[in-house]
Design a protein around this ligand. Structure first.
Ligand SMILES: Nc1ncnc2c1ncn2[C@@H]1O[C@H](COP(=O)(O)OP(=O)(O)OP(=O)(O)O)[C@@H](O)[C@H]1O
Length: 317
């Protein structure tokens, strides 16, 4: 089996690609593992590198050495190829997808755990043609998270400061916007703060919209968060971030399903695994394609025991 490490020099705080390559040699050469490292040259390059490796038909493991964006790119390149599997050797800022492994998340930092790990087939979401492994959202959260990039360009502005500036800007601009939404044929219209589709459970630096989503159960979790005032937003964010959205049914509509369509009144930022898409018409659906994902032996992406796998009061379909 081949092992391809795709290194994103712009992930995380600084370029660690040379340091990583030295670590790969130190760890993998003594084990006799056949490995190759490629440093990406531009956004989107990891998709091309992963696809080229998968298209050879050889058995290959592709390691996203970066954050959620790099993982999303290798997933987009390798999805649908039974001979290819992907995983993340985390060196991004958030590395949010891996949070669903709980305590075992730390094992992804150990190369041997990945090289000798098991594989599981993960579901994917098709978001206007781009695949997502983790979470897609449109609305207030996406505008804050993706809007940070604008502030990070300024000298002396750190990540947390960019977040605060983006938060303030979006609070002033307004939280809710009108959307027309359809979840598996059920329609909703009105002002919403955000609309979120979950295959994974964490995003945005640890926000936990869905405690129930499992990436291989053939179903997606949707959260439709109604429009709230600036006074209510702090309470909403606190519960939403902590996986407790179900406690505020007057504000959050929860559904399990296979597709969500969203019509916006203007061009809107959509968050696809932390990457940006701009559209006024969004279609999210469970993809026919899956991707093999490498997991350290014995680790699991299932929710901790005690989390019910159904939404209270949900109509049975
Ligand atoms: N060579 C490159 N030059 C500039 N940007 C790149 C390059 N290679 C990849 N990228 C882009 O870097 C961006 C950030 O990558 P990534 O999301 O992996 O890191 P991060 O933002 O630090 O981590 P996280 O998303 O987990 O917080 C992605 O949008 C990706 O497309």
């Amino acid at each position: 089996m081949k092992h391809l490490f795709v290194l994103n020099p712009s992930a995380g705080q600084y370029d660690r690609s040379q340091e990583m390559i030295a670590r790969l040699a130190d760890t993998l050469d003594p084990l006799g593992v056949a490995w190759e490292a490629r440093v990406t040259d531009y956004p989107g390059h990891a998709v091309e590198l992963a696809r080229a490796a998968a298209e050879t038909g050889e058995s290959v493991r592709i390691y996203a050495c970066g954050g959620d964006g790099t993982l999303n790119e290798v997933v987009n390149g390798a999805a649908g190829y039974p001979n290819a599997a992907v995983t993340q050797y985390p060196c991004g800022s958030g590395n949010d997808f891996l949070r669903l492994f709980g305590q075992d998340r730390g094992r992804f930092y150990d190369l041997k755990e990945l090289v000798y790990g098991d594989q599981a087939a993960a579901d994917l979401m098709d978001c206007n043609g781009r695949l997502s492994l983790n979470i897609c959202s449109v609305g207030f959260d996406a505008r804050i998270g993706l809007g940070m990039a604008q502030f990070r360009r300024y000298p002396m502005v750190s990540g947390p400061m960019a977040y605060q500036l983006s938060l303030v800007k979006n609070l002033i601009a307004g939280i809710a916007r009108p959307y027309e939404v359809e979840v598996d044929g059920e329609t909703f219209a009105g002002d919403f703060s955000l609309l979120c589709a979950c295959n994974g459970r964490y995003y945005g630096g640890g926000f936990h919209p869905s405690p129930r989503a499992v990436p291989d159960d053939g179903v997606l979790e949707f959260l439709l968060v109604k429009g709230v005032s600036r006074l209510t937003v702090a309470r909403l964010v606190k519960l939403y971030a902590a996986g407790r959205a179900e406690e505020i049914p007057e504000l959050v509509i929860l559904r399990r399903g296979r597709s969500m369509k969203v019509r916006c009144d203007r061009l809107s930022m959509v968050n696809v695994d932390g990457e940006r898409l701009d559209t006024d018409e969004l279609s999210i659906a469970l993809s026919a394609k899956k991707v093999n994902f490498v997991i350290p032996r014995g680790a699991s992406w299932a929710p901790a025991s005690g989390v019910k796998n159904e939404i209270s009061g949900e109509k049975k379909r």
